[in-house]
Design a protein around this ligand. Structure first.
Ligand SMILES: Nc1ncnc2c1ncn2[C@@H]1O[C@H](COP(=O)(O)OP(=O)(O)OP(=O)(O)O)[C@@H](O)[C@H]1O
Length: 253
């Protein structure tokens, strides 16, 4: 009969999962004329984490996202991204003269683009609109198409620049659930730019506040908590984040 080694010894032998960095920003500075928008900013994005980036209007959130997306050749400092990046913007930016399906496969360099696009459209619940023209889509459908276009590239880093802000409240709730579902299934690292503290608390496991060109505040949220905005653990975090944004909980600056 085999002799069992007591449990704790076995547990200690299990190595902790290594934290892999997907994107690293060191001392990133971006000036527009006299104005320094990003000022020696440091940031690391770990594989699979969901970061929400908050900040007052004009604080440089989109500027940082553009730099991470490789869309800004004029930022100074260190920036490295391991793997592929996909971006979804506030406005879905679909090509109007190509049908939805062709928008998803546009520039897609994989062996079976059609099959991959079919799968991505099915995942976002848009299979029936595959043959539609982008201008005939509702706002929510267009944003789903935009998510499918980003996901079909299986990005290591998914950058979302306020993709839900133009949607009505009900559609937003549905898309939030969809994003969480897609994130669990594909596990990209996500950097979501948003103005909405509740959205950040609902979706992210790390919330950052950008101020004066740097990451001025960070809140880490337990990944195990139920993801609904009325969870009691989130009340004090909400107050902290609003205060980091210079807003009192009652909504007055
Ligand atoms: N191409 C540009 N030329 C000049 N100034 C720019 C340019 N792009 C951004 N800026 C300026 O940089 C600052 C930061 O802009 P950015 O769009 O990154 O802010 P943001 O935090 O995303 O704002 P919002 O929340 O309002 O979208 C703003 O003052 C903006 O006017």
């Amino acid at each position: 009969m085999a002799t069992r080694v007591p449990g704790p010894l076995t547990l200690q032998e299990t190595p902790a999962p290594e934290r892999q960095v997907v994107a690293s920003v060191q001392g990133l500075t971006r000036r527009f004329g006299e104005r320094t928008v990003l000022d020696r900013l440091d940031l690391e994005v770990a594989r699979g984490e969901f970061i929400a980036l908050l900040g007052r209007s004009g604080s440089g959130k989109s500027t940082l996202l553009r730099a991470l997306a490789g869309l800004d050749g004029e930022a100074e400092g260190g920036l490295s991204v391991t793997g592929s990046v996909a971006v979804a913007f506030q406005e879905p930016r679909l090509v109007p003269w190509k049908r939805v399906h062709a928008n998803i496969t546009l520039g897609l360099a994989v062996p079976n683009p059609k099959e991959n696009a079919d799968a991505a459209l099915a995942e976002v619940g848009l299979s029936e609109r595959a043959g539609a023209w982008p201008l005939t889509l509702s706002g929510g459908e267009a944003q789903r198409a935009s998510l499918a276009r980003a996901l079909v590239r299986e990005p290591d880093l998914l950058l979302l620049d306020e993709p839900f802000s133009a949607l009505d409240a009900l559609t937003r709730i549905t898309i939030h659930q969809l994003v969480l579902q897609l994130w669990s299934a594909h596990r990209p690292s996500v950097l979501l730019v948003t103005h909405d503290v509740d959205e950040a608390l609902l979706l992210a496991d790390r919330v950052l506040v950008l101020d004066a060109g740097r990451i001025a505040h960070e809140s880490v949220i337990s990944a195990e908590r139920p993801r609904h905005r009325d969870h009691p653990d989130l009340t004090s975090l909400r107050t902290t984040l609003l205060s980091a944004l210079g807003v009192s909980p009652e909504g007055t600056s």
